[in-house]
Design a protein around this ligand. Sequence first.
Ligand SMILES: C[S@@+](CC[C@H](N)C(=O)[O-])C[C@H]1O[C@@H](n2cnc3c(N)ncnc32)[C@H](O)[C@@H]1O
Length: 193
Amino acid sequence: MREFVYFSQSARTSGNFDANKLMEAGRMDIAIHSFIQGVFLSHGFRKDAKFHFIFYGQPDPPKHIEIQVTDELEISKKDVGNLIRKILYKYKKGKKEEVLPGCFIEKKSFLNVIEELAEEGKEIFVLDKHGEDIRKAEIPEDCVFVLGDHEGLPKKELKRLKEIATKVSVGNKIYFASQTVAVVNNELDYRGI
Ligand SMILES: C[S@@+](CC[C@H](N)C(=O)[O-])C[C@H]1O[C@@H](n2cnc3c(N)ncnc32)[C@H](O)[C@@H]1O
């Protein structure tokens, strides 16, 4: 299973935002573009991919949303904004809950999510322009790629991440978050991972 963890310091943590004004919801547009590149294919979706959102925006940070698209989930590439709104609205204090098929939400910090994935035996990679060339990196089947929004990843947490993760680069330019997800998926597809 390949997994992506998308971090945003500003994305809204309640469903009360306008799905037609995603840029005003803490750049929810970037989160959605990244998700689309993460799990959708031209004629379907990736069964081998899981996508995590970590939102630190107002009014109730932090929120961890996990989505693995299945046949049971009603989802359209054109309406991911409303799916995220629904998931946020269904959040209940205290526990990680499956609020829609394959969609979970809980209150959990960025580091705790990553540490938990590492404890489950998954190898953690941080997407970073200055990391090791992804084409040369050894990547196991159970892999997690961490990326940030337009503001990047939080500095303090990055220090701790360095101890448990490997930085990988997808090229010598700074790409959109969503572009890096597409490149990672393509690299893993080529390798048959
Ligand atoms: C638009 S970039 C963030 C730019 C932000 N100003 C910064 O310096 O981190 C969004 C995310 O894409 C990933 N990224 C961008 N370019 C990359 C590259 N060449 N290799 C690997 N990851 C990259 C990083 O994870 C980054 O947090």
